[in-house]
Each structure stands twice: as C-alpha cells, then as structure tokens.
Design a protein around this ligand. Structure first.
Ligand code: GLP
Length: 259
C-alpha cells in the first residue's frame, strides 16, 4: 500500500481529484467506482471545476456507486442517488445511461445485486475505485464482520454508522452495498480520510491485522491501493514518519540508479 499523508483536507481532495482526472485523460472510457459522504465533497467540487474549465471530459466514463439506502424513493434527499445528482452528476457530462447506482426500492434484492455485479463485469471491471472509511472501518457499507469476499448484497447498518450519518435520529437501517470482494476486484483503489474521528479506523486498517473487524484492512491485500489522508486522520499511525519519508523521496529512485 502507498500511504500518502498530506497537511490538509484540501490537499487530500486535490491529490485524489488530480489522480481521477489523469486516469480519465489517459483512458477516456474509464470505469470509476464512486463514494459518498462528506469526505468526497471536496473531490467532486474540484472535478466539476476541472470539467467546466475543459481539463477533463467525462463523456465516455462509466460510474458505479458503492452503496445505497433501502426504503426510499430515489428522489428522496436521503438517497445516495440524490447526493450524487446534487453534488456531481448534474454538473458534469456523464451520460445518464453510464451511471449505475443500486436501487433504493428494489423489487427483488438479489436480482438487483446480481444485475449490478453483471453491469460491472460488462463494463470491463472498475478501473479506479474511490473509498471513504467509516469510524469503525467500513468501506462502502461493509460493516465490521462483513465477509472479506462478499459480493454486492443487503446489509444492516451499525448504530455507529446510523449516528454518524443521521445524528441520533432514526435513519435507514438497511442498505445495498458493493461487497468487499467486489471492491477488491477493482484494478486500483484510493481510500480517502480526513479528521481525527477517522484516525483510529485508519490506524487499524493500515497497521492492524487484516480482519473483518476492520473491513478496510483488506486493502493490505490489494496490489494497487493508496491511502490518501490528512495529518489528523494519520495521527494514530505508528509509522507515519516512514510513510512521509517514502512519499517525499519517492521520485529519487531514478537518481539512485543513475548514480
Ligand atoms: C458512508 C458511506 C461510505 C463512506 C462513509 C464515510 O457511510 N457508505 O462509503 O466512506 O460514509 O463518510 P464521511 O466521508 O461522511 O465520513
């Protein structure tokens, strides 16, 4: 894993959006795995600005969102479809038929999950998956104890997630989410985190054992995973000085070879 620790949330957003823009410029029909949550907002804002300036074109891009709440009309402001429309899709040029989000009122849960998995396969797999992380280490809505090989399916939220996403009010309890196995099939993964409320989950994911108790720890098994976080989210990492050192001197290997 590459662990990139940056001074601020803004720099995290810049770094990740820069990588998304490069990926799309290199492969205009990129398949992107997208996430929701507060952490993603800065990234979407930068992507929208870049699109408006003509620095990136999303016309051929396909997107798959990680997860969706169950039991709401898709236009309900609580849904991730509404979040995505409001914060990203309505302001860029991804064709609606290229946008895949799990249904919030599936008529048949298993069939909906199967269809989603098949659409990912048909698109050629996810090139770049962006992830946030929950306070208890979830990725997508794969809460602790999720099978590390699971495919897209229904899950029940933990109380901690309900509290984080909805305050103490009653929120949706059930969700559809890409499974950890589905996420791990992505060719490249970037996990973003910001703030000290994420520090424990980040430390467990990066330096703890690989365990379903911290679903994000599975990224230790991925060949192309990057953890891009601000210094508050990195504050509990034991080896943070080493990670910073690696990042700072990353491009010097060529000089070493040249002698
Ligand atoms: C939700 C999403 C996750 C996301 C997490 C973090 O629970 N299902 O995919 O990573 O929120 O959200 P935030 O960035 O708001 O902390």
């Amino acid at each position: 894993m590459e662990i990139i620790i940056l001074p601020s949330y803004d720099q995290v957003s810049q770094e990740i959006s820069g990588r998304i823009i490069s990926a799309v410029n290199k492969k205009p029909d990129s398949v992107l795995g997208l996430a929701t949550g507060k952490t993603m907002l800065g990234i979407y804002q930068i992507l929208i600005r870049a699109y408006k300036k003509g620095a990136v074109d999303f016309r051929k891009v396909k997107t798959f969102n990680l997860d969706e709440y169950i039991g709401f009309d898709s236009s309900d402001p609580v849904t991730f479809r509404s979040y995505m429309n409001k914060n990203f899709f309505s302001q860029v040029n991804i064709p609606p038929e290229n946008i895949f989000i799990l249904p919030s009122r599936p008529t048949n849960i298993d069939a909906a999950c199967q269809k989603f998995e098949e659409a990912i396969k048909k698109a050629g797999g996810i090139d770049l998956q962006i992830l946030g992380i929950g306070r208890e280490g979830h990725i997508g809505f794969n809460e602790p104890s999720s099978s590390l090989q699971a495919r897209t399916r229904v899950k029940t939220l933990t109380k901690a997630t309900l509290k984080d996403n909805f305050g103490l009010k009653t929120g949706p309890r059930f969700v559809l989410t890409m499974g950890i196995g589905t996420i791990m099939d992505s060719k490249e993964i970037i996990l973003a985190a910001s703030g000290k409320q994420k520090a424990e989950a980040v430390a467990e994911a990066v330096e703890g054992p690989v365990s379903s108790s911290c679903p994000a720890s599975i990224l230790q098994f991925h060949r192309q995973a990057r953890i891009i976080i601000d210094k508050k989210a990195a504050s509990l990492l034991k080896r943070k000085d080493y990670y910073k050192w690696v990042w700072k001197h990353k491009n010097e290997v060529d000089d070493v070879l040249k002698g």
